[in-house]
Design a protein around this ligand. Sequence first.
Ligand code: FES
Length: 100
Amino acid sequence: MFRRVDETSVDTLKLRIEDREYAVPVGISVAAAVLLCGFNKVRNTPVTDSPRLPYCMMGICFDCLMTIDGIPNQQACQLEVRENMKIEVQQGAAELLQQR
Ligand code: FES
């Protein structure tokens, strides 16, 4: 569905999306990485369980909420990929984590 316009070689890093390892270009957002890796959803809505994908890619719509490194409700379009990041599709409304 999505592919890079610039096909020249770029530095990559490895991360995990839904327990599968992928190599993605350094410097892209988590949302771009998920789309580049061919995923067709980043979360399911809490009420109707509808699959959602990133929409605005600039932090406005909140359709890109994912669980990243065990922390739910992360805006995937606002976070840059990091080596060994663990990215999971978010199911419904995630519980808010208690601050210590
Ligand atoms: S895609 Fe809209 S806030 Fe992330």
